[in-house]
Design a protein around this ligand. Structure first.
Ligand code: 2AM
Ligand code: CA
Ligand code: CA
Ligand code: CA
Length: 269
């Protein structure tokens, strides 16, 4: 993808995101139609579906050869990352959307032959757009985000993770993860993977750890975090396979290396 192509797609996607966001804000107090998916706490609303349908319709109409990988079923069935693929989460943080009416985001990553070219994370209620183009840096609205500070002392690090890590579970020894929580300065749980990536890119969270995400949860975030010198891997430090569910660690490379080596690997069951 050349710069002109990237710029055109970027501007178009941005316009659609602002349009979709405005529609969600307008209807934020309208009663919701809520269904559940894999379990009673895995929610989806008509707004998730209509927002995804809005993007799918526009993309398919404007870019007939582009492909879509998305959460709610309006995308394509992909068995490779060949070509230009829009990876879309229409509402990331549906539980926040339903219960709190804030702290949810539209997340769109645009990849070309598996390479992240463009990332957008739109905090809808705050009207804050995090964005990046490959090789051109990351932005919070029009403000360029600085490179991550590699000199953050471990005991001053802020880590984003949820409480499942600390409860009895199949994957990690909760005692070791409890030690991690004690050794860093603070932990936060925001309930939107996309926003957690955005905060990593902004440098207000040093690392984000999660046990199971799908491509639409992290695709945009990967691109944005990469532009400020951050890394995204599995929680074992391996490369991410964009076509399957995976654990994810993202953030400051120095902090991430220590978390993976000294805590996660030692906590793996
Ligand atoms: P979602 O809101 O788009 O479903 C917090 O739970 C974060 O994990 C959100 O970003 C949420 O995305 C994501 N997530 C991924 N898989 C999930 C699942 N099965 N149930 C709930 N949240 C999930
Ligand atoms: Ca969901
Ligand atoms: Ca999501
Ligand atoms: Ca979603």
């Amino acid at each position: 993808m050349n710069k002109a192509q990237r710029d055109t797609i970027f501007s178009q996607a941005k316009q659609w995101i602002y349009e979709a966001g405005a529609k969600i804000r307008e209807q934020i107090h309208t009663p919701l139609t809520i269904d559940t998916k894999s379990n009673p706490n895995d929610l989806v609303t008509a707004m998730d579906r209509s927002t995804e349908a809005f993007f799918a319709k526009n993309i398919k109409h404007t870019y007939t050869d582009h492909l879509i990988l998305s959460e709610e079923g309006y995308g394509d069935q992909l068995d490779s990352m060949d070509g230009i693929v829009w990876i879309i989460d229409p509402i990331d943080g549906t539980m926040n959307f339903v219960h709190q009416k804030r702290n949810f985001a539209i997340s769109i990553g645009i990849f070309n032959d598996g390479v992240g070219e463009i990332g957008f994370i739109y905090d809808v209620m705050e009207d804050v757009l995090y964005s990046a183009k490959k090789g051109e840096g990351a932005f919070k609205n029009n403000e360029r985000l600085p490179q991550l500070n590699r000199g953050v002392p471990f005991h001053q690090a802020m880590i984003s993770m949820n409480h499942f890590w600390l409860c009895e579970n199949r994957l990690v020894e909760e005692k070791r993860m409890q030690q991690l929580v004690k050794d860093v300065r603070g932990t936060r749980t925001y309930g939107s993977a996309a926003l957690e990536f955005a905060y990593v890119a902004e440098g207000i969270i040093d690392n984000y750890l999660t046990l199971s995400l799908s491509p639409w949860d992290y695709a945009a975030g990967m691109v944005i975090v990469n532009e400020v010198g951050g890394v995204t891997t599995t929680i074992d430090g391996d490369n991410i396979d964009m076509l399957s569910k995976t654990s994810v660690a993202a953030g400051n490379p120095v902090i991430q290396e220590k978390i993976i080596t000294d805590y996660i690997k030692q906590a793996r069951k």
